[in-house]
Design a protein. Structure first.
Length: 381
């Protein structure tokens, strides 16, 4: 199957991955209402077509956190992404570097910070959760700083993990002991290509950044147990002071969905925010990113960099979010589908498809630069 869109990569990934891994990528929390809203609300936004405008020269470059990049995109942090292809985060980081955009490594990645830094040949962002063990957090931030990470993405919408029905149905979560392991092994055996490329050639199978505290216990069951036991539900705005003590570079707060929280982030000196509902994977029933973004951007866009994610399946969706007020857009599932479908080469192809779609959308809305994408590019409602 030849991929012509991110949804094509999704179908290839579904065929290639063990069932439990695909469901982990693809699913949301509870009844997945917010997951659907993210997509449907973006699709419902009408672009304003303009004609007889000179669009012979398009410039998609932008400047985020002091760095000029080719496209107003970044690859969002995705937990366990490295299990979707052999040493997956390394491959994705290389693809992002070739495309001239940032890659963000998750705290719960398969590949550790030093491995990605050694292979990526470019600075990348690092994503961090609030963990009970503050000493361990300091160590992770020190590793990120020493590796040359250019920004810290602090995720704040996961003081406790969301309830994801698909993970229980697939056997990824809630299937303890030998029975659960046997179920996942059977699913892996039914995908021999993945089993050889990732299962055999992709070792070691560890949660690279968390392995030092898990020791030998780095299986999926230990991963979920560690998340339940170590994510800190006491986290508050005061904890930003702790982060700032250890991190002096750009600080991006991810998981903002309310105007008052955006105001608090700006007042406390964050350099950027990500308007996000965690891809519909945390609190189900909340507004989509597209619905929440305009009011947030109107309130704080002049004080910090506003990024957004959620439901992005095409370059058209990127243009829509930029027109709604975002300075840049994080791609989440889109790049992991591509990674699972064909590794680094497929992530590169996916980014090329998104760029091409953005160019068409900008040309047909009469916008030649990213800074000209604003609400006037949308049909008024």
């Amino acid at each position: 199957m030849k991929a012509a869109s991110t949804l094509d990569f999704r179908e290839i990934a579904r065929r290639r991955l063990p069932h439990f891994l695909f469901e982990y990528i693809d699913g949301g929390s509870y009844a997945e209402v917010t997951l659907r809203r993210n997509i449907e609300d973006l699709e419902a936004i009408a672009l304003r077509q303009r004609v007889l405008t000179d669009v012979s020269s398009l410039d998609l470059s932008t400047r985020l956190f002091g760095t000029t990049q080719r496209l107003p995109l970044a690859l969002a942090p995705i937990g366990l992404a490295g299990l979707n292809a052999r040493r997956g985060e390394v491959q994705a980081a290389r693809a992002a570097h070739k495309a001239g955009i940032p890659f963000c490594l998750s705290t719960v990645s398969a590949c550790p910070i030093p491995e990605v830094a050694a292979a990526a040949d470019a600075p990348f962002w690092f994503q961090l959760y609030m963990i009970r063990d503050r000493g361990f957090m300091r160590e992770l931030m020190a590793q990120a700083r020493d590796a040359g990470c250019s920004a810290l993405v602090f995720t704040v919408d996961m003081p406790v993990p969301g309830s994801r029905y698909r993970d229980y149905r697939s056997g990824l979560a809630g299937a303890a002991g030998l029975r659960g392991a046997a179920r996942r092994t059977w699913q892996a055996m039914r995908r021999p290509g993945w089993a050889y490329d990732v299962g055999v050639r992709g070792r070691p199978h560890q949660l690279g950044n968390v392995a030092p505290v898990l020791g030998k216990n780095t299986g999926l069951e230990d991963f979920f147990a560690w998340m339940r036991d170590n994510f800190d539900p006491t986290v508050s705005w005061r904890d930003l002071e702790f982060i700032r003590e250890s991190w002096t570079g750009p600080l991006i707060i991810k998981g903002i969905l309310d105007v008052e929280d955006a105001e608090a982030a700006a007042s406390l000196g964050a350099d950027g925010i990500v308007v996000s509902n965690h891809g519909g994977r945390q609190l189900d029933g909340v507004p989509s990113t597209a619905a929440a973004l305009p009011a947030i951007a109107a309130r704080v866009r002049d004080r910090l960099t506003v990024l957004a994610d959620g439901g992005v399946r095409s370059g058209l969706d990127v243009v829509r979010l930029l027109a709604l007020g975002a300075h840049g857009v994080l791609l989440g599932r889109a790049w992991v589908y591509a990674l699972a479908a064909g590794g680094e080469a497929a992530v590169t192809q996916m980014l090329q498809l998104v760029e091409a779609e953005m160019r068409v959308a900008m040309a047909l809305t009469g916008r030649t630069t990213i800074d000209r994408l604003d609400a006037s590019a949308l049909v008024a409602t």
